[in-house]
Ligand binder design. Structure first.
Ligand code: PLP
Length: 228
């Protein structure tokens, strides 16, 4: 197991370097998150031992359990849909939340953080391809939503946007989506320069995502192996 992760990590790190070179970016501008949902504690520990410190989880209860059992200096990213009855667990365990997409949830999370005297790095999740099955706000709502978050919920340190574009779209459609993401991100940065992060790219599309300006890639199966 350990060797497999080591090899896959070397391979992915190489591809990240290549994509950064190709887009004339420095590879320290791109943070890799290992998406560990439905993976065992052993798998997380193996990845941790080879130097991975950022992990992404989709389910609040699973995050809570793992954060108790895994090394304390892991940085946990919550990347799944936020249920309002789970904000306490998320506030307790996560340092980053990528999936802010409703004011109701922002308000509850902010209140839960207030009680703990804690802040989290926050990203707005955008449903760029307007898919019914996916979470996220529509692109035209982003700047207004950012204003609402920034003005009212100080425990959510607003840092940028998160996307989960269609993976199996045509090459041309994907290029167009990447362009729209870039335009949207730039229009947000024009109002909020601090929103420099773009959480974009999974196992299937991280190289093109880096070329499109991603600063945080979220890689699951191609790094940690198949989910159980
Ligand atoms: C599962 C998941 C990933 C990782 O997907 P892989 O295809 O395993 O790399 C990334 N982002 C989110 C939001 C996810 O739910």
């Amino acid at each position: 197991m350990h060797e497999n992760i080591t090899d896959r990590f070397a391979n992915i790190s190489n591809k990240i370097k290549q994509a950064c070179m190709q887009s004339q970016r420095s590879d320290d501008e791109v943070k890799l998150i290992a998406v560990s949902k439905l993976q065992s504690i052993d798998v997380i520990n193996s990845a941790y031992e080879i130097g991975i410190k950022d992990f992404g989880e989709n389910y609040a209860q699973e995050l809570s359990k793992k954060s108790l059992e895994c090394p304390k200096d892991i940085i946990w990213h919550f990347i799944g849909p936020i249920q309002s009855n789970k904000v306490n667990l998320i506030a307790e365990c996560a340092q980053w939340v990528h999936s802010i997409d409703r004011e109701k949830v922002a308000k509850k999370l902010n209140a839960a953080l207030d009680i703990k005297g804690k802040k989290v790095h926050s990203l707005i999740q955008v449903n760029i391809d307007r898919e019914e099955s996916k979470a996220g706000i529509y692109p035209e709502e982003v700047v207004e939503f950012a204003r609402i978050l920034d003005a009212n919920y100080p425990n959510l340190i607003l840092e940028g946007l998160m996307f989960m574009p269609k993976i199996n779209a045509s090459k041309e459609a994907r290029i167009n989506t990447m362009k729209s993401i870039n335009t949207l991100h730039n229009s947000l940065i024009a109002v909020f320069p601090k929103c420099k992060h773009l959480s974009l790219g999974t196992s299937g599309d991280f190289e093109e995502s880096i070329i499109a300006g991603s600063t945080i890639i979220r890689i699951g199966e191609s790094l940690l192996g198949a989910r159980s």
